[in-house]
Design a protein around this ligand. Sequence first.
Ligand code: SF4
Ligand code: SF4
Ligand code: SF4
Ligand code: FES
Length: 959
Amino acid sequence: MLHIFDPNTRTDRDLGTPPPALTGNTVSLSIDGHAIDVPEGTSVLRAAALAGIQIPKLCASDNLDAFGSCRLCAVEIEGRRGMPASCTTPVAEGMNVHTQTDRVAKLRRNVMELYISDHPLDCLTCPANGDCELQDMAGAVGLREVRYGYEGENHLVAEKDTSNPYFTFDASKCIVCSRCVRACEEVQGTFALTIDGRGFDSKVSAGQNDDFMDSECVSCGACVQACPTATLMENSVIDQGQPEHSVVTTCAYCGVGCSFKAEMKGNEVIRMVPFKDGHANHGHSCVKGRFAFGYATHPDRLTKPMIRDSIDDAWQEVSWDEAMQFAADRIKAIQAKYGRDSVGGITSSRCTNEEAYLVQKLVRTAFGNNNTDTCARVCHSPTGYGLKQTLGESAGTQTFDSVMQSDVIVVIGANPTDAHPVFASQLRRRLRQGAKLIVADPRHIDLMTTPHGGEALHLPLRPGTNVALINALAHVVVSEGLEDRLFIAERCDPAEYAAWNAFIREERHSPEATESITGVPAESVRAAARLYGSARNGAIYYGLGVTEHSQGSTMVMGIANLALATGNIGREGVGVNPLRGQNNVQGSCDMGSFPHELPGYQHVAQDGPRKAFEDAWGVTIDNEPGLRIPNMFDAAIDGSFRGLYVQGEDIAQSDPNTQHVEKALSSLECLIVQDLFLNETAKYAHVLLPGSSFLEKDGTFTNAERRINRVRKVMPPLAGKEDWQITQDLANALGYAMHYDHPEQIMAEIASLTPSFRGVTYQKLDELGSIQWPCNDAYPNGMPIMHEQDFPIGKGRFVVTDYVATTERANRKFPLLLTTGRILSQYNVGAQTRRTSNQSWHDQDWLELHPHDAEERGINEGDWVGLTSRAGDTVLQAKISIRMQPGVVYTTFHHPVSGANVITTDNSDWATNCPEYKVTAVQCEKVAQPSAWQERHRAQHKKQWGLLKTPEPTEPVVK
Ligand code: SF4
Ligand code: SF4
Ligand code: SF4
Ligand code: FES
């Protein structure tokens, strides 16, 4: 297969067994007469592979611990009896190994003969033909005949399991090498597979003889990738045949930022194979990145620019030029009538850095204001604010790999197995090695039941009480002398520490005093604080359960305080790590999407940086921040904000208080939506600009570790333009000249204006594979671990974090608290995953409630339940679950018709306006019909698809 991109430096060769833990010692040996030096602990199989000597193998793979079951890798070693398996034999000083003697050749042929005698000989019609290790090994050992015949007992008629929509299990081809079982355990950490039975009867089984779909399997595909035969095989390969070439690119779902080889046939993706040299994922993936790419060619894709005068008119297909002229004329007319500040833009955290950069540039140049914002407003803006105040940089401090050095891992308000699955697999590996886990979450999360991962300490706090909990943890650390005095003295501001110390010692922050607020038993809080405070390496990972609160920024600062107080900053295994949601939400923030910051978090009020941008862009930039998204909505309803350009963001579904958002969008005179699909926001648009998927463009994404990864085009854009070209055309139509021929030139401009990106080039990205910013003269290859010597603000800053209860409290009218989250198979607004077979796992959002709350209301599993808050009401089906604590209900928000955000209010974080999605006071009752909003939504959906003159997709949309 032809591999586009750098096969010499970025390898995915299988060296047979994993690298050993490094001791610093090397061992010298001879293999087939070649003198070789390798690290102590290396297997003979790996040592040979490193020297370019291929020993046949079947059960070994370098991402799995050696197992030694197939015997194909047998070698002879001088002075040793028999023919040991080279995969389970470590090298020894002076060892003399022979890999190609007559004896081993005969043994290997005999082994292969036994395998082949129980294997269908349908190679020519087998989907794995040409990509089958069994076939390769039969050739490698020189098997020419099979003496045993096929008449005896065999497995050739074993039934296929086709229950999984993405792969098939054809047991007739299984050689019981157990690679799939070990991949599920060691790589994924799910333990869904076992080998049942013994000897001839042994077979791979998902769960208790379940099919894959009914088992614990989460469809990550690690077993499919591990299988050396056609037993576990992607359906896309079975249907379409083997791919012909591959391109390395980056997943466009979550903030883990997994690297993939897009394996192609012509312009068609046949399969996505996680790239072994991907620095964030090391060859692993989840169900979304590996399998859920079909949305890119879904018939719902918008492929023609469209315009209309009013949102009640039918869409009119026009040329790109006409669409741009129409959009530009409208925006100019609005500005002429209502003023320069009456328009704005929203950048997309799904799009590339280069594309986000261009949208904010368009707003600051062609629109002439700072009215630019991004979806981070509604997720991690408190991270940006809180970490900047305390540590001096708006980003996570570690690499994902750093968790392998952590002894105590604290997960707060995050559900990594669903939202950051590949990182969760790594985290589980560390838990299996003995690290301790503390989870602060109102809900039981799957990470807490990691197989062989030890017992987790759960702090099941009430929604909205994070700050009281983090203060209580810090109180114990300080009052029990668990702080790191040396670190504090050397690295932190002494006056601020003294003020914080006095504050946090107050009795009102003790676990006993806060128990009535948080609901967490004082002894659990004390145990957690002692565990984290006395850990050699303690790491904190957190998610939207921290940020999406009225005190989101306070909580982020509280987390940083705790890490500083315990010296858990600035080395491997520690740190403060926001698990950022979208693939490029870190990047969209880095690229100056916020109304107060230019790229690289340079405040618009800072004369020096602003002048540099003014000189480069040839405009004057306002030194006052522009409007945030919620301000844009309010101003739209007030009448002062009339035009909005939205790149790849579905604010009508994702932002809180849907009815308020709908009112704002309906008030606009020009809404320009650039997207893949007619999403909820596009139903209010006047201009539709068909966007491009990640497969159709070049650029970069920056993941949650600040890792800049290349996105490489594997197919031409369906609508003819990459997103950056669309923004460029719009800027030109508005009269601001932009001219780039390739995103590489945009990155060169970003690097020239952004200190933390100064050394980033596409060439360097190709050479290094990825770069964690800052990348500049001081750190030419980037900075994996931040704050090792000092902080960008000099000393670490403690901030006093008073707990202030949210105004969104349960009361007699709304006695329950609703909190929200994501599920593994769907992604955010679901526009992509709903258009794939991931629907098989989650085709609607459910309302989870505790049996006690359900019983009190006479609600049974599957009943339709009306959910009412002070913002609105909706109807969902009930799922009774002891994951919930009494008084707390939960839903996901992946399906528009669920109206999860009709319920959420416009309460928000005091510092950043990040909405308080995680706390909404609600009431539930059994009902028989959809809510009024849902009826309206259905009618609107039907009408708008009619105006597009395209067959209306059934909802939910299934590929
Ligand atoms: S797809 Fe993943 S979770 Fe499912 S059985 Fe295979 S390795 Fe295990
Ligand atoms: S399914 Fe594949 S990987 Fe698993 S035991 Fe069978 S041949 Fe080996
Ligand atoms: S973990 Fe995230 S980045 Fe990786 S494959 Fe899954 S969705 Fe994509
Ligand atoms: S590869 Fe070594 S025993 Fe199978």
